[in-house]
Design a binder for this molecule. Sequence first.
Ligand code: NAP
Length: 326
Amino acid sequence: MYLLHILSGRMLYKGMLMEITGSNILPLLLGSVGIIVLYKLLQRMKQRAYIQDTVVVITGASSGLGKECAKLFHSVGARLVLCGRDRQKLEELVQELTGGADGKRKTHTPNVVTFDLRDVDAMADRAEEIVGCFGQVDILINNAGISHRGTILDTDVSVDRDVMNINYFGPIALTKAILPSMVQRKSGHIVTISSIQGKIAIPFRSAYGASKHATQAFFDCLRAEVEQFGILVTVISPGYIRTNLSVNAVTGDGSKYGVMDKNTAEGWDPQDVAKAILTAVSRKKKDVVLAGMMPTLAVYLRTLLPCAFFPIMAARARKERKVKKN
Ligand SMILES: NC(=O)c1ccc[n+]([C@@H]2O[C@H](COP(=O)([O-])OP(=O)(O)OC[C@H]3O[C@@H](n4cnc5c(N)ncnc54)[C@H](OP(=O)(O)O)[C@@H]3O)[C@@H](O)[C@H]2O)c1
């Protein structure tokens, strides 16, 4: 009796398996693929609808991640204000964007506003110029930034101050100057490109890590304070991206580091990061880490088990120092 029960059970299972692997599998597969394609299509339409005709300001648009964001946001119909220090580079980008228009999609000619973020006191005037381009700002992407390489012992405090001005004081001054117009309209979205180093501190990048930790704290406060006005805040924390960030980094005496670090060279494609930023913005995400498994785990380790995180960082410092000596 027991044997019969097992045998009939097995036959039933075999029959079900044949049905799934036989005639039913194809429609099932096609259905799943169809649902995924439809979902992706709907997501793209949603992204386009959120960005189409909105005024998007991008700082640091002349190169790297900012340039890729400019291309992507332009392609989905944003009215762009491109910011940086180098007018010629930005004008060339405008030419590239407008020259590539295929007429099928509605795109807008971007505006250019130039400034150096070190000039913190000038941000109010620059903000006025930016708002004047299209009469409003819908999305501000604080992307411009500079990195640092050097020991704390050998880094002059003027370098810490300089990195802080570019990565922290400049962007918050710009944000504060644009904010009242958003509050008045009860609408706006502020996006800040921080770094995984805004969540964990890595040796020999003290000025950079400190500026990004300050950035994270400021924009977390801002998110809570401006929610009542319908203003959104998104903080993006990427891991390594294949750009010139390490080449443009400053050393302890303020000179240019000028080296493409291995980690940066092997980092994420900036185009992929720009796509992830567009997705995060259109889905109104609050805080997004765009990094691999190990850096993401390190963030959790720093929070949950700091006694394990600190020796790992000390070992990393020893290793890096040894590599530099050889
Ligand atoms: N690459 C990475 O591995 C990585 C990882 C995490 C986060 N990030 C963040 O991503 C953002 C973009 O960096 P990136 O990787 O694209 O590096 P990048 O290629 O060096 O671009 C930096 C941008 O910032 C602008 N900038 C630098 N100093 C400025 C200043 N004083 N005033 C105004 N603009 C200034 C530069 O404009 P100019 O043409 O005027 O120099 C340039 O457009 C930064 O906030 C960075 O911290 C990068």
